[in-house]
Design a protein around this ligand. Structure first.
Ligand code: PHE
Length: 362
């Protein structure tokens, strides 16, 4: 290759470098010139087969070409890289004066039923109760028979039970109609003294403005050797005061009947209606919130406890009901319709965990 040819190759390569529009195109030029099979590299390989007198001059010329191309590549590479950075910077501006977009923690809401369940749990935990659980699908024995509701007992009709298909052994599982079967599970599993609450879902085939086929209850059970009605009354009074966050709650214990307690009572709390607002602790209106009583001897016998030695009390509280009361939510069905607007309005911040020390509902 003659000197003019070398010059024109040099001009061609430098022009290609200058014309490369991005880092990818520049790399193609580099490979085409200086790569293993590149045109400059091919000239270097030719050196070996040249007569010594030509080799010196040609070698120097090719080396100079190689250096010039490498330098031009280097300069262009830096130029393109900083242009790419400048372009990204211009593209990705962040306006730090914009308001922060809210993340899931700020936007998400805790459902009032979950909130109220936590509030109730917190109060009873403070009184030394522990939490028990049972499944939604129950046996007939736990939901009825062991609770002194034998087959053919009229109370079974009151419960509007959802039954499953009969199993080969003749038993029929059901959706529990109350949380009371957790009493049975607890007494079969643990020895007294017992002090538990059991929150959960319950099901009844019933639906109108104040009833939904699924709702929530919280069961309480205390079994010991000298537990009496006075304890029950005190526990419920303390609970209502703490839950409604007022110094005094008007309560009415009304004689009632449940097969699994004797005596049995229903508890109403007094409230006033001022305009649309409900005020607990004043006024002369009454609202029923729970059923309770002393555990029936037949229930104790069903779980092999001696009624002469052990007594206790139980109560069952409607969670949805007292949530409506406390937070002034008028329609029970809205609880379960999954309407985001409702949840945004009545829901609770996930970071405001209810505690007795900091306040249950902030
Ligand atoms: N299980 C009863 C109900 O669902 C409530 C209750 C529980 C009553 C415990 C007395 C004792 O209506």
């Amino acid at each position: 290759m003659s000197a003019p040819e070398l010059d024109s190759l040099r001009a061609e390569l430098l022009a290609a470098i200058a014309g490369a529009c991005d880092l990818g195109a520049l790399e193609d030029v580099r490979v085409g010139a200086l790569g293993k099979k590149g045109r400059v590299s091919a000239l270097m390989q030719r050196l070996g087969s040249m007569p010594p007198e030509e080799r010196r001059d040609f070698g120097q010329a090719v080396n100079a070409l190689k250096t010039a191309v490498a330098e031009a590549l280097e300069v262009k590479q830096q130029e393109l890289a900083s242009a790419a950075t400048a372009e990204r910077l211009a593209d990705e501006t962040a306006d730090v004066t914009l308001p922060v977009r809210e993340g899931p923690l700020a936007e998400g809401r805790i459902h009032p039923v979950s909130q109220v369940t936590d509030e109730i749990t917190e109060i009873f935990a403070d009184m030394g109760f522990s939490i028990a659980e049972g499944p939604d699908i129950e046996t007939d024995f736990n939901n009825f028979t062991a609770l002194n509701i034998p087959p053919e007992h009229p109370a079974r009709q009151d419960h509007d039970t959802f039954y499953f298909a009969e199993k080969p052994d003749g038993t029929r599982p059901l959706l529990r109609t109350h949380t009371s079967p957790v009493q049975i599970r607890t007494m079969l599993k643990e020895k007294p003294p017992l002090r538990i609450i059991a929150p959960g879902r319950v099901y009844r085939c019933d639906s109108d403005q104040t009833h939904t086929p699924m709702f929530h209850q919280i069961e309480g059970l205390v079994i010991d050797e000298d537990t009496h009605l006075g304890h029950l009354k005190w526990v419920l009074q303390e609970f209502c005061r703490a839950f409604f966050e007022v110094p005094e709650v008007k309560m009415r214990f009304r004689a009632s009947h449940f097969p699994f307690t004797e005596p049995s009572m229903e508890v109403d709390i007094g409230y006033a209606k001022v305009g649309d607002e409900i005020r607990i602790g004043e006024g002369d209106r009454w609202l029923e919130i729970l059923g309770c009583g002393m555990v029936h001897p037949n229930v104790l016998k069903a779980v092999q406890l001696d009624p002469k030695k052990y007594q206790g009390f139980a109560f069952g509280l409607g969670i949805d009901r007292i949530a409506m009361l406390k937070y002034g939510m008028p329609d029970l069905r809205a609880f379960f319709s999954g309407d985001l607007r409702w949840l945004k309005h009545y829901g609770f911040s996930p970071l405001a965990v209810p505690t007795l020390a900091a306040g249950l509902s902030r």
